[in-house]
Design a protein around this ligand. Structure first.
Ligand code: P6P
Length: 335
């Protein structure tokens, strides 16, 4: 039937979401609406980011922006915008955000979903015009509707995600997401205010020749990490490290490669957050045919203990992640 036809490039995000919902006979539309709410917030944040340079110019004459409001950092603005869109959309009962220590209750106690979000990752890159991103992960709540979401709702293992995605605010703005049936990428057309399907059914190469890691931390690498990085150099791979997770991840997803933020002597659990950075990207990369690990085990099977816990991350082409795990296993077997 027409649902099974690959939707043509150029389909709008709204039509794509509607058509995919029809693939699920029991779908009642809440997840579709939630995805639309996220896309709306992404459009608003995209506009704020594009204006930020101009506001800074205006703000150069004091910390007030043109509306006379105190100039807020863009990651704070992004957090407000995504929380407001999810609250107004009504589908989400509880949010955990990189910007907030505690769970955020939206007041929609009938909401079936919980969202974990990094509203604007890599925001230190904004002032130097480097690509930045939003990362989100969606779970169905475990607790009964009619009550506030619980910490248990927010600490589900990554395999329980119903959807995950990211927005990359780069040379063009893209929304890339999965609901467990493959990965699709949409490019934003500013003049029309629409996301259009530009990268249907993204699959990541099984191997690659790009490795992404901050080699400034080499002094603190474990033996296994250092050995794998040396291996990448012996193989003649290119070192590509933008310092913005979404940008590094997206390039490797399309071209093949591995991104690493390992455990180091300075950061024993790495730097990246499990719930709204590692798990979301791990779901996406697996749906695209890649792999994600903390160096020893599958990212998606890690049992979360706290809302903002960190996890080491080795993510990208399957063969490269497996090779990295081999090098790290050697250090564990020595231990
Ligand atoms: P480092 C940005 O602050 C971020 O969270 C990711 O976007 C990025 O990949 C990483 O940290 C960069 O960290 O320690 O290499 O500067």
């Amino acid at each position: 039937d027409h649902n099974k036809l690959a939707l043509p490039v150029g389909t709008t995000l709204d039509r794509f979401i509607m058509r995919k919902q029809e693939d699920f006979p029991y779908a009642t539309g809440e997840l579709s609406q939630l995805l639309r709410d996220i896309a709306l917030a992404a459009k608003i944040v995209n506009r704020e980011i594009n204006r930020s340079g101009l506001i800074d110019i205006a703000g150069a004459y004091g910390s007030q922006n043109i509306q006379g409001e105190d100039q807020q950092k863009l990651d704070v603005i992004a957090n407000i915008r995504f929380i407001r869109a999810l609250r107004n959309g009504g589908e989400v009962c509880t949010i955990i955000s990189e910007e907030d220590e505690d769970m955020i209750q939206t007041g929609n106690n009938q909401g079936k979903y919980v969202v974990a979000i990094d509203p604007l990752d890599g925001s230190s890159n904004i002032d130097v015009n480097v690509s930045i991103g939003t990362i989100f992960s969606i779970y169905r709540r475990i607790s009964p509707t009619g009550t506030e979401g619980t910490e248990q709702d927010c600490l589900q293992t990554g395999t329980h995600q119903v959807a995950a995605g990211y927005v990359i605010y780069g040379s063009s703005t893209m929304l890339v997401y999965t609901t467990g049936n493959g990965v699709n990428g949409f490019t934003y057309e500013n003049s029309l205010g629409e996301f259009f399907l530009s990268h249907p059914h993204i699959t990541t190469p099984k191997t690659g020749a790009i490795y992404s890691i901050n080699e400034g931390s080499s002094e603190y690498f474990s033996e296994g990490t250092a050995a794998f990085v040396a291996h990448c150099k012996q193989q003649g791979y290119s070192a590509r490290y933008i310092g913005s997770l979404v940008a590094d991840f997206h390039r490797n997803l399309l071209k093949g490669g591995i991104y690493m933020y390992p455990a180091t002597k300075k950061a024993p659990n790495g730097k990246l957050r499990l719930m709204y950075e590692c798990n979301a990207l791990a779901f996406i990369v697996e749906q695209a045919g890649g792999k994600s690990s903390n160096g020893r085990s599958r990212t998606l099977e890690q049992t979360p203990q706290s809302l903002h816990e960190r996890s080491p991350l080795f993510i990208g082409s399957t063969e490269l992640v497996e090779k990295a795990e081999e090098f790290l296993a050697a250090e564990y077997s020595d231990a």
